[in-house]
Every structure is written in structure tokens, then in C-alpha cells.
Design a protein around this ligand. Structure first.
Ligand code: TXA
Ligand code: MG
Length: 502
């Protein structure tokens, strides 16, 4: 199917030409296909109640028949005609995030045919936050089924030129409304279960959902890297978002990623391949070879989300054979970024984690408090750092001191199962960084281990404290002293981590 005369029309979202949208609505009502912008990516729209029109969507995209379409509406009341029930969680989510990048799954009414849902008994529905999209649905007076307007398997389109590349001659009209703002598709969330479950991470994050409903799960298939678990969202089965070039993604500390990408880049170049490097504002100047492009600012991940698909397509235009990409923190929108990047990649290289060793005397107070606090921060940030602690004159297998456990419990960190360890040569050798609680600990270790001199600091020296270099010793004292010690460590932890990471 490549024989339609496609009309490409520019529409200014701030000054919408209703005549154009009226024409587009007529195409929809006559069973035709119209591509329109949304705040996430461009959508390939058809009348969701017209089976023949929906069949054309599959054909134009080359989409597998088992992958259902999302239905777009403009009013929450539109749900009444197409879904059996609206669970209370769905109402709350709609109130907070519609219009916006959230697709919810509902039990469908028979008016929604098998072609739309690929035979599933649920239908995915969303209200887009884009004036052109909303106006088109309003004028069409029907819900619009619209997958992303790309050829199946390719990166989703974030500008009209991407759509033209993929679908020119296969659709009736392409409405060019400029670049989409979010740049990644909506989150797909099953609200038919008690705890809402994210089947595809996207613009509305698990953190957002938890902030209004208190809880939110992920489909295990999208967090565990296990091909045996079948994703609940059919679209997540496929390798996806792939440019022509082979994509390799590196996971690890920023320094390690940059180092490994440089090495691999050289190998590919020596073999005559053209190499693209997907870097960030923070790292782009560290690469000397390859075609280096910053995808955005690590401190502002929405910039990375909005550039990801564009960047993958750009590398194809430049004719690179292989794209070497850094990876990003998997929190908030980072979860969706890494989901798409993972699906675009044919290989993910996980580099060894950074190894942080914390030292005190008995490993039952200060160093295990520090370990607990740092692990907690790392867990939330999903950073590639391993932490362990040990004591210079510790006894193996002792519990953390009672007040250490209590002081951390007050900030929701559980170290009640902690067991102390004596320091050994292997630990010192394996560590990339050793932080001692006092200067004395540092000197004792250095006396017998000169080779660690370039990676050992006192905790406070490492974060440039200009007061004392020692962390207060709470051993044998009351709970208040433990709290002070905890707070002293807690204050500096983010500094320690950001210093390691960059
Ligand atoms: O942001 C977006 O969601 C864009 C814009 C155009 O709205 N649309 C989009 O559609 O990304 P599409 O078709 O490319 O992706 C829809 C995803 C697919 O992974 C599909 O498997 C899943 O949603 N999905 C749709 N209905 C579903 C259902 N009933 N059960 C499970 N997954 C469903
Ligand atoms: Mg898609």
C-alpha cells in the first residue's frame, strides 16, 4: 500500500486553522487515515468505531495483528460509551493526569471491536494534551484509535519529517504541528486490578501514580530481564524503536561507560565502521573519536526523553553502522527512557560496578550506619555502585549496635540484620574508593598497605569538610549521640555519591 496521495499540512498549535482540522475530521469520518501530533509522539489516527479504518492502520504501519491500538478521547464522559466500568482509581488518575501521557486499560464494551484490542477484553484509552489532537477528536465526533505514526519497529516520530519518512503515500493526511514536547509514548497502566500496574513506562511515572494512589506496580516483564516472562502489553514483546544501525548500550558508572565506549569506538573505527556516540552534555567533551552527539542534560532527564527518538533517527541519516549509547538513571522518566533504549539495543554491556568500602573500628556503629544510608540512597537512584563496610579491629558476624539500628530505623532504614566484618586484603584490593571514619583509621591502613594510597580518604576529607576530619564516635554513648553521628553522615552522602559518579 503506497499509492495514497498524502496531503501534508502545517498547523500552528497556537493559532489552529479549523478548516484544515475540519477536512481532517471528514477524512476520519470517511474511514481514512490522518496523522496528528500529540504531546508524546505523532499518532496515526482512524475512527476507532470503524473496523475497516482500523484495519488500514495495521496495514500502513506494517503492525503485527496481535498488538492492540490505543483509543483517544476528549472527555471523561466519552468513557461511558466504550468501557464497561470506571474503577475509582481510574477516576483519580484521570482527574490528575488527563489530558496527558497516560493510557489506562478498561474492560471494553462490545462497541470496541476485536481489531482495536487485538482480541483482548480490555481497551487502552487516553486523553492527549495537545490542542490539535483534541480539536481533531472533537470535530470528528468519534474516539480516534491511534498508534505511534511510525513504521512498526522503528523509533516513534517526534516531528512530521519522521512521519513523512515512514508513512508518505500510506495515509491520507499528515498534520505537521511541530515537534512533540515529551518525545516518548504514554505510560500504559492497567487499572482493572486493585493496585495499578504499569505495563509500559512513559510520561506519567510510577512516582506520579504513587503520589496520588499510594501504590503502583510494574509488570514484572518490564523490570526483570527475563525473556521467559511474557509482557502483559503485547507491544513490549517486540524489539522496537530500532534505527538501522546496531545500538549498543553501556550500563555502569559514568566514568566507566565513557572509558569503555571510547575503547569500543576505536575498535569499530579500526574495522572501518562508522560510529555514532550518544553522549550527554556532561560527557560529550570526553570523547575524541566517532560522531559524538549529546542527547541532553543528565540533570534534566526530560531533555533526554524528548531527544531520544530524534537522535536515533539522526544517526541513521548520518549513515552510522553502530551507535554506542550511555545509559541513564532509572528513576521517574528515566524508567521510560531506559525501557525504549533497551528495546532499541541489540546488546547491553553491563560494566563492573564501582566499589566503595567504608571503614571504622568495630563495624557495628559508624561504618555500618554509613553503609545503610548510602545503600538506601543508591537503591532509590539505581546507581552502579556497590557499597560494603568493615572494621579494622572488628569481630566477624556481630550485629550492628542497638542504637545504630534504632537511629536508622527512625529514618526508615533497616540494618537490623547487619553482620560486622573484619577488613581483609581482598576487600582493600577490590575497592575503587576507601573512606575511613577517622584519620587514625586511614593511617593505620596506610602503614601496612602503601598501594592503596591513591584511593583512601577520610569520609570528611573526601567531601571537603573544613571542620574536623573525623566522624563523631558514638560507641558506648546514648541514642542522641548516634543520631548526631547518623545526621553527620547523612548530610554528606549525596556529595560522596555525586563525586564518585562524575
Ligand atoms: O503516547 C502514546 O501512547 C502514542 C500516542 C500517539 O498516543 N501512542 C502509542 O501507541 O504509543 P502504540 O500503539 O504505538 O503503543 C500502544 C501500546 C502498545 O505497546 C500496545 O501493546 C499497548 O499500548 N496496548 C494497547 N492496548 C492494550 C491492551 N488492551 N492491553 C495491553 N496493552 C495494550
Ligand atoms: Mg508504537
Amino acid at each position: 500500500m503506497n499509492d495514497l496521495k498524502t496531503k501534508v499540512v502545517k498547523v500552528d498549535p497556537d493559532n489552529i486553522d479549523l478548516n484544515v482540522l475540519q477536512e481532517a475530521a471528514e477524512i476520519i469520518n470517511n474511514g481514512g487515515l490522518v496523522v496528528f501530533p500529540t504531546e508524546t509522539v505523532y499518532g496515526l489516527g482512524a475512527d476507532a468505531l470503524n473496523e475497516d479504518a482500523c484495519a488500514k492502520v495495521f496495514e500502513a504501519k506494517g503492525r503485527p495483528q496481535d498488538n492492540p491500538l490505543i483509543v483517544h478521547i476528549i472527555d471523561i464522559n466519552d468513557l461511558n460509551t466504550i468501557v464497561e466500568e470506571i474503577p475509582s482509581n481510574a477516576r483519580i488518575l484521570a482527574k490528575n493526569f488527563w489530558p496527558g501521557p497516560l493510557t489506562m486499560l478498561f474492560k471494553r464494551k462490545p462497541i470496541i471491536k476485536d481489531i482495536v484490542t487485538a482480541g483482548l477484553d480490555t481497551v487502552g484509552i487516553r486523553m492527549p494534551k495537545n490542542k490539535i489532537a483534541l480539536e481533531l477528536i472533537r470535530l470528528s465526533k468519534t474516539p480516534i484509535a491511534a498508534p505511534s505514526a511510525n513504521t512498526s519497529g522503528k523509533p516513534s516520530p517526534t516531528e512530521a519529517s519522521h512521519v513523512i519518512e515512514d508513512l508518505y503515500g500510506k495515509v491520507d493526511m499528515i498534520i505537521d504541528g511541530g515537534s512533540t514536547s515529551i518525545g516518548l509514548e504514554s505510560s500504559v497502566v492497567d487499572v482493572t486490578v486493585d493496585i495499578p500496574m504499569i505495563l509500559r513506562p512513559g510520561g506519567v511515572t510510577s512516582e506520579d501514580i504513587k503520589s496520588v494512589l499510594g501504590s503502583c506496580d510494574y509488570d514484572p516483564a518490564i523490570i526483570k530481564n527475563d525473556e521467559k516472562i511474557i509482557p502483559r502489553s503485547p507491544g513490549q514483546k517486540y524489539r522496537h524503536y530500532s534505527p538501522k544501525a546496531k545500538v549498543i548500550t553501556y550500563k555502569g558508572s559514568i566514568n566507566k561507560m565513557v572509558e569503555q565506549i571510547q575503547k569500543d569506538c576505536k575498535l569499530y573505527l579500526d574495522n572501518g565502521s562508522k560510529v555514532g556516540i550518544m553522549a550527554t552534555d556532561q560527557t560529550k567533551n570526553n570523547y575524541q573519536q566517532g560522531i559524538v552527539s549529546s542527547i541532553g542534560d543528565r540533570n534534566n532527564p526530560i531533555t533526554i526523553a524528548s531527544n531520544l527518538f530524534r537522535q536515533l533517527r539522526n544517526f541513521d541519516k548520518l549513515g552510522v553502522d553502530v551507535i554506542l549509547s550511555e545509559s541513564f538513571e532509572e528513576q521517574n522518566i528515566g524508567k521510560a527512557i531506559m525501557n525504549r533504549l533497551g528495546k532499541a539495543s541489540s546488546e547491553i554491556k553491563t560494566l563492573p560496578n564501582f566499589n566503595l568500602l567504608l571503614i571504622c573500628t568495630g563495624n557495628t556503629c559508624r561504618s555500618c550506619i554509613a553503609e545503610g544510608i548510602i545503600k538506601n540512597v543508591l537503591y532509590n537512584k539505581n546507581l552502579p555502585i556497590d557499597v560494603c563496610s568493615a572494621g579494622i579491629s572488628a569481630i566477624d558476624g556481630e550485629s550492628a549496635s542497638k542504637y545504630a539500628v534504632e537511629a536508622l530505623k527512625e529514618i526508615n532504614i533497616d540494618i537490623s540484620n547487619y553482620k560486622s566484618k573484619v577488613i581483609n586484603d581482598k576487600m582493600l584490593e577490590k575497592a575503587n574508593l576507601i573512606l575511613t571514619m577517622t584519620e587514625k583509621h586511614k593511617h593505620i591502613l596506610l602503614r601496612t598497605n602503601k598501594e592503596i594510597s591513591d584511593k583512601i580518604y577520610t569520609f570528611k576529607e573526601y567531601v571537603n569538610s573544613d571542620v574536623s576530619l573525623d566522624i563523631l564516635d558514638p560507641y558506648g554513648q546514648d541514642l542522641d549521640v548516634y543520631r548526631k553521628c547518623r545526621d553527620e553522615i547523612k548530610e554528606s552522602v549525596n556529595n560522596v555519591i555525586s563525586k564518585i559518579h562524575l
